[in-house]
Design a protein around this ligand. Structure first.
Ligand SMILES: Cc1ncc(COP(=O)(O)O)c(C=O)c1O
Length: 389
């Protein structure tokens, strides 16, 4: 089947946070929303068909999870990433953020510390601080638009950490970690006996011939230190269904995690997430293989447009995610001024760079998972706003 990613879909009746929460987020709904990480595309037809059949059943009582659910996820990981997961170590979780939050609470001491590499997905800060743990920041070093790990700082901070939250691949910088880089991080974690949580939610969104390496697949020794969060919600645009998977290094940690959620009676899929995830991992690949080149084309379009028409804004095509990192430092604005400029002058709803790295100034994040014509309009508005300065 040939999928169409060009048609602009009206989401005004879609109860979409990306659209309907614009006033809450930006103070106005007069912005093109290119912020929260979901896509303006319909998902794969086999998922839509499976959900339609489920909807027609008319009974959506408490839902039991068949073995085929985790088997579909296991098979996907094995085929695409050569990761052979022990199914007995997989747990259901509503979302990867919920998993991170629970792991911070359950596997670090009161008042403990969590190491993150910044800039990074802002929930890494928030879920750490929510439980009164301290954030240790290993800041990436930027040179000519390329961001790399400060290894000496990483090792020093790791020695004070109770947990390391890794974003693999990386949001917002779009880095696909090499096996060597991952091994270096993991071996340092082993050396200092620090457990890692590897957030791999973006691991199916990989470009430019790069390959995702699941951290836990590096070696059996490393797997003993790694909790992994995976999900089909980013890959197939299903975030509103709320379902993800956690893979634990051992039964003990899995049981501690499962008991925590069981105590709140949160352990079942809802009737629709069960159906959607299984359909996604068994029938969604054809759609994904068409989506990826479309998004890659969007990246190239944005890079080219900025180079030609908005040279003060520097960006690059990320190797992973559908999120682009904009270096707006040449505009010479404070974070507050840049925030207001994007909303009021460019009429764009972007994410502030300083929410991903609190000491950063002059960056924004743009979600490129939309029809190209929407990006075209957004960039025209941005160009006009920059020219008006
Ligand atoms: C790195 C990362 N982890 C987790 C999430 C959200 O995960 P979930 O919706 O499963 O809680 C996002 C969403 O943007 C993300 O970028």
């Amino acid at each position: 089947m040939q999928y169409d990613f060009n048609t602009v879909i009206d989401r005004s009746q879609n109860h979409s946070a990306k659209y309907d929460e614009r006033i809450k987020k930006f103070g106005t709904d007069d912005v093109i929303p290119l912020w929260i990480a979901d896509m303006d595309f319909r998902t794969a037809q086999p998922i839509i068909d499976a959900l339609s059949r489920r909807a027609q059943e008319g009974i959506w009582g408490y839902t039991a999870r068949p073995d085929s659910y985790f088997e579909a996820i296991r098979t996907w990981q094995k085929r695409r990433n050569s990761w052979d997961i022990d199914q007995s170590l997989m747990s259901f979780s509503l979302g990867v953020v919920q998993s991170i939050s629970a792991c911070v609470k359950l596997f670090t001491p009161e008042g403990g510390s969590v190491l993150i590499q910044t800039p990074v997905y802002s929930e890494f800060y928030d879920m750490t601080e929510a439980w009164n743990r301290s954030v240790l920041e290993n800041q990436f070093v930027e040179q000519d638009g390329k961001w790399t790990v400060d290894w000496a700082d990483f090792e020093a901070k790791l020695q004070q950490a109770d947990l390391f939250l890794l974003c693999n691949p990386h949001n917002p910088l779009g880095i696909v970690w090499t096996p060597e880089e991952l091994r270096r991080m993991a071996e340092l974690c082993m050396k200092y006996h620090v457990v890692m949580f590897s957030d791999e939610i973006h691991s199916d969104l990989i470009f430019h011939g790069r390959k995702h390496t699941p951290t836990a697949a590096l070696s059996p020794e490393i797997a003993r230190y790694v909790i992994t969060g995976i999900s089909g919600t980013k890959t197939f645009n299903l975030a509103g269904l709320q379902a993800s998977t956690v893979v634990f290094p051992n039964q003990h940690m899995k049981q501690v995690f499962d008991r925590f959620w069981m105590n709140m009676d949160i352990h079942r899929n809802n009737a629709f997430s069960l159906t959607a995830m299984e359909a996604a991992f068994t029938g969604g690949e054809e759609w994904l293989e068409q989506l990826l080149p479309y998004i890659s084309g969007n990246f190239d379009f944005v890079v080219d447009y900025c180079e030609k028409h908005i040279p003060k804004i520097k960006t690059y095509a990320p190797d992973a995610t559908y999120l682009m990192w904009l270096d707006c430092r040449e505009l010479g604005m404070t974070n507050e001024e840049l925030h207001d400029f994007m909303i009021q002058k460019a009429k764009l709803g972007l994410n502030d760079g300083c929410s991903f790295g609190r000491s950063l100034n002059g960056y924004m994040r743009l979600n490129a998972a939309c029809p190209r014509s929407v990006l075209e309009q957004a960039l025209r508005q941005l160009e006009a706003a920059v020219n008006g300065l």
